[in-house]
Design a protein around this ligand. Structure first.
Ligand SMILES: C[S@@+](CC[C@H](N)C(=O)[O-])C[C@H]1O[C@@H](n2cnc3c(N)ncnc32)[C@H](O)[C@@H]1O
Length: 203
């Protein structure tokens, strides 16, 4: 997707992906994602960010749309210090940037990755590049939680895209399926057949 696609979605309030509460898989399986400093790629203004912080984690979120970054802090009554595109309040740092422009040096040490609605936000041609980029940006052994969805792709145009389990396993051969449930929110849920899956992943 072009950056403008996401800027327009945020400007028009077309953010059905925003859950407005911590993701249920995250709260259920947080303990499976050990590590102090958590990278949240394509983070939007997810409440998962403040939930992770409330559980004692340091959080580094990457979000393309700066207005979404600002909205996160506003809506949580936090006043961040701003250094260029880096917004920090306590244990939460959000960087307003294209994930592909972020490197290991900018991130510092990352101990875990939490991906909800990030892999599935990207079209098929970008997904292998995205996973390779994450891998290059963190240490190889970093554990992660991945929340992904699957539905008949021909019935709806993404995003969110369907990322079947077989594809997840091409990126993360050691992926462990922790749970799955019918998808209940967002556009794909309206199809009535979409499944949401949570995996424990590492490389
Ligand atoms: C489907 S939303 C998911 C947001 C969040 N993870 C959540 O669970 O609510 C995808 C987000 O990724 C952002 N985004 C899209 N492409 C991006 C990129 N290349 N780099 C950083 N953020 C991006 C969009 O602006 C959008 O906020």
């Amino acid at each position: 997707m072009e950056p403008q696609f996401w800027r327009d979605r945020w400007a028009e309030g077309k953010t059905a992906f925003h859950e407005g509460k911590p993701n249920s898989f995250l709260t259920q399986f947080l303990a499976r994602m050990t590590g102090k400093r958590v990278l949240v790629p394509l983070c939007g203004k997810a409440d998962d960010l403040s939930y992770l912080a409330s559980e004692g984690r340091e959080v580094v979120g990457i979000e393309l749309v700066e207005d979404a970054v600002k909205a996160f802090f506003d809506e949580h009554s936090l006043t961040p210090t701003v250094d260029g595109n880096r917004y920090t309040a306590g244990p939460i740092t959000l960087i307003a940037s294209d994930i592909f422009a972020i490197d290991r040096k900018q991130l510092g040490t990352i101990d875990a990755i939490y991906d909800r609605a990030a892999l599935v936000a990207l079209p098929p041609d970008l997904r292998p590049r995205y996973v390779a980029h994450l891998r290059a940006a963190v240490a190889d052994t970093v554990p992660g939680l991945l929340v992904s969805i699957e539905y008949p792709q021909e019935r709806m145009e993404g995003p969110p895209f369907s990322v079947p389990e077989t594809e997840v396993r091409t990126y993360y051969p050691k992926a462990q399926l922790l749970a799955e449930q019918p998808l209940t929110s967002g556009r794909a849920a309206e199809l009535g057949v979409a499944i949401e899956r949570c995996y424990s992943v590492t490389w």
